[in-house]
Write a protein that binds this ligand. Structure first.
Ligand code: GUN
Length: 281
């Protein structure tokens, strides 16, 4: 049976360390989350971010716009936040409604307050093999969890399924930085099963139940980033946990695996930006 990659346990440990660190700060970091529209999943994520931030001493404000807000209104708000010395970090919750340009909005965030690491400056740094100011939260959380279990990635064949800017693309790049041999698969990949069968590490971020135990190589490491509700309203990941946990050596559960690690990375990134601002970044 596979060892469970316990994201909740690591989250609790890191957040407690952060809480103690923040407690010593004279001034507290401030995270602003911009939420547009009423996507129910986004609302839950955003409330969770705020709750956890406040629990460890980070000030958190959510600006919730209705879905008919104009792009210009959001851009003006971002400019105001960029120029406000009291604001440490800005996060625009994705997805945005179709009438709002995600690129325009993200590009407007000052790279020094870009807590997701999604702006062209930070993405460009990451993809050119340099250090961004902070790393994107979900891939960072995946690596923190793999490191906690001392899973070495060097020379391993890592297969990333999904090519989103939030997970797949930065994940692949960060695995490459760790000297893994990386394959990115996506909806047009023809021989997905053949590729998965050769993977030492499988990282799936699709949002559909696509991976069964019999598709995996013996003793591989499985990281399940997908999360969705099935027809019965049950929270599920991309991986069939029961069959996969019999083949893999390590596996992250859903829930309780990468979800808690993403939030942990967001808190770490907020504190990193705060420290960099006080170094007069
Ligand atoms: N939506 C889902 N995951 C994320 C994330 O990590 N950052 C942002 N901004 N939006 C998201």
């Amino acid at each position: 049976m596979a060892i469970i990659l316990d994201g909740k346990k690591l989250r609790d440990k890191i957040l407690e360390e952060l809480r103690i660190q923040i407690d010593k700060f004279e001034k507290k970091p401030t995270l602003v989350v911009i939420l547009v529209g009423d996507n129910p999943a986004s609302k839950i994520y955003v409330n969770n971010k705020k709750k956890i931030a406040e629990k460890i001493g980070i000030n958190s404000t959510v600006i919730n716009y209705s879905s008919n807000v104009t792009e210009q209104e959001i851009l003006s708000k971002i400019e105001e936040l960029n120029n406000d010395k009291n604001i440490t970090a800005i996060l625009v919750q994705l997805p945005l409604p179709d009438n709002i340009s995600k690129e325009k909005i993200i590009n407007a965030i000052s790279p020094s307050k870009d807590v997701d690491g999604f702006t062209p400056y930070n993405f460009g740094k990451l993809f050119s093999g340099e250090k961004p100011i902070v790393y994107p939260c979900t891939p960072k959380g995946v690596l923190l969890l793999l490191d906690e279990y001392e899973i070495n990635l060097e020379g391993k064949h890592a297969v990333v399924i999904g090519r989103s800017n939030i997970v797949g693309r930065p994940m692949a790049q960060m695995l490459l930085n760790r000297n893994a041999t990386v394959t990115i698969c996506h909806s047009k990949t023809k021989n997905l099963s053949d590729i998965i069968k050769t993977a030492d590490v499988v990282i799936s971020a699709v949002g559909k139940n696509i991976i069964k135990g019999e598709m995996l190589k013996s003793d591989c490491v499985v990281v399940d980033v997908g999360i969705f509700k099935d027809n019965n309203g049950k929270t599920r990941g991309d991986v069939d946990f029961e069959s996969a946990s019999k083949i893999a050596s390590y596996i992250s559960p859903v829930p309780g695996g990468i979800g808690p690690m993403t939030i942990t990375s967001l808190m770490l990134n907020t504190v990193e930006l705060f420290a960099k601002h006080s170094e007069k970044f």
